[in-house]
Design a protein. Sequence first.
Length: 113
Amino acid sequence: VQLQASGGGLVQPGGSLRLSCAVSGIIFSRSVMGWYRRAPGKQRELVAYVTARSNTYYAESVTGRFTASRDNAKNTVYLQLNSLKPEDTAVYYCNVYAGNLPWGQGTQVTVSS
């Protein structure tokens, strides 16, 4: 199993990023895929998930700003981050909704002026 997140970077408040996560080793098209983040000094938290049929859920803190999507043909899940805030600074990961696959390295998102 591999979960390879990419697309992070340094962005100013109000900016945008698009994260990608390439997944292998599971039946991706049947899996509910989650996006998680771990901010400095905090526990990892679920921020969004997208079902096999592309229904989505968002944590209250990101609702209206983040959009999760998937491409089953590419075994890839995406997270569009808009209107970024300094408190969104974290390492972002993808995993299945249960979070029980080995975690990848994640991708660092830093929001700072």
